[in-house]
Design a protein around this ligand. Sequence first.
Ligand code: GLC
Length: 729
Amino acid sequence: MKTAKWFFCASLLTVASHLGAQTATIEAKVDALLEKMTVEEKLGQLTQFTAAPTDLKEQIAQGRVGSVFNFGGSVNTNELQRIAVEKSRLGIPLLFGHDVIHGYRTIFPNPLAIAATWDPGSAERSARIAAIEARAAGIRWTFAPMIDIARDPRWGRIAEGAGEDPFLGSAFARAYVRGFQGSDLSAGDSLMACAKHYVAYGASEAGRDYNTTDLSERTLREIYLPPFKAAVEANVGSMMTGFNALNGIPATANPWLVEGILRKEWGFDGFIVSDYQAVEQLIPHGVAATKEEAARKALSSGIDMNMVDGAYALLADDVRAGRFPVAVVDRAVRRVLRAKFQLGLFDVPYVEADGEDRLFLLPEHRAAAREVAEKSVVLLRNEGGLLPLSKEIATIALIGPFIEDGGEMLGSWHAAGRPEDVTTTIARAIRDEVSPETTVLLAQGTGLLEGPDSEIERAVATARLADVVVAFLGEGGKMSGEARSRVSLAMQGRQEELLKAVVATGKPVVLVVKSGRPLAIEWAAENVPAIVYGWFLGTEAGPALANVLFGDVNPSGKLPVTIPRSVGQIPIYYNHLRTGRPATENQYTSKYIDSPNEPLWPFGYGLSYTQFAYSDLAVSSPTIEPDGSITVSALLANRGDVQGEEVVQLYLADPVASVSRPVRELKGFKRVALAAGESRRVEFTITPDMLRFWNEGSWVVEPGQFLVWVGPDSQKGLEGTFELRGPAR
Ligand code: GLC
């Protein structure tokens, strides 16, 4: 045994020394290269373009471009790379970036849908496959994961992130970084990840994209920063700053955020890229008068690479004349060159020409996309057990603008995904699912935006012929994502009118919501017996939805965001602070006179085709010592007659503290599979650091009573209590 232990230690030391040597080698190579570079070549490494500039090839040959993005394909990237490596003076390879957000050619569900799996493994799997496919196309860097916490569904980019909660968002941030980067950045199937958009971009005022953000440091520290810290702890290779100004200072020129928090507090040593023209946008932000001043501010604030507007090149004379410190330039160039060495770009600058054919849309990639999609579906209503549907049904009517539209399955930011890759549309998938004797009727009913009365009338007539109607309605893929803010969260166009007309036939109706964001479907929530949130589920959306609707898969998704009753309730999120007058029957309490306070469906909510029951909460001790821990557990039983998976959630609350604390906060979750009739005790460990909060410039933990819940969502659960003891006096 001793020998084995010695061997193990020795091999650990070998690995560590190998890594150390590798790092030293890279640093030495960076130093050597930096020595040779002219000012223009240095600023060139900090300059990133799309393929748009007409003189791009000349600029590359002159060493004035470090990165090209949103330009994929092995032939394309190899052509530009050949110019950089073989024509430019120092032969520094280009870094090809791309928005590989939820798949490259095989498209996975939109990230908010993946968050609804509450399964970080699904995110990691999606990112791993995206990396394999994107690398085959010559991409080495993805501008993902997008980890902006979002509490406002008017903001279209809520579709791109992991929702409203920092604990869930942090778990997904780590998983995406692991999935994209793998264990070795230089491996042939790894992408360097880029956590974005640092920070609090999701708090854009009024849900209006690119708008200002203004929040307390406590909210910043407790809600918006944690996913970025998680990404740094997962060794994310780069970060992208947001378009937003935070408390009046644009993130693109904010030394406190970048040098202060990211570099000094968290020790982040990757490189930082601005968002698209965000350096030049410091002028309309009102913090720079000229493009050159904007460049000076951004580079000095720690933004290492300048996306698209070419502002950094304007600093050349000032750098040469000593009016801008060359040390600041060298610091940024060093970070970019280090990343290129870590990615193995100098050793392997080109990509095989046949990679795309070999690796795109592999059956195992499609299978993974379908499985993640199945886990993303959230069952919100199932009155009378209308779902799952029978495959022997005599006649089924499929209604809505999505039923035969492959492109509308992909959602925003779908990289190289193509509509024709969606070989099994929703209609085709359901035909394949039901028995040969079943009649499947189709009626679009209306377009995404509009449609004639005759179309609605035809859909109603079709519905009358069916035993059950499944309506696929919501908003089109182009309605969420960047620059897609809305003042309404209604279904698009005449879709709700169509739904009401179909429901009025009296036929049993299932609504499948197609949307990248929460929609305030209050009428449907009260009048449609079965509702499933179907997001944008990607290339395999059709089979995934069919498998859930007909019970081959028991839905297990849980909401990663609150679904509001109306846009008037926004911002509405579960971990809100207490008030001095919590809503009661008394008029003079915190509530509306024209709407309940409660959302349609809360954060963490999701049903199953089986029934899960929680009982017997056990708290291992009534007190936690300052350096101790306790466990909290509950018995989970599958009381139904089908297998199912439940996401058991742990919430904590601090009812009395030196500052008002949220009514509850997610601090743990576990996905538990149980056979029909099976029970299992699900246990969580609670430690004092889980009770901390930000106060007066630091994290504090205060002794006292705490509440704990173990349950199915953020509104319910078995409640317990414990006391955190103070330090011995
Ligand atoms: C966009 C987005 C950012 C994206 C970048 C490059 O404006 O804000 O998320 O990565 O530009 O496409």
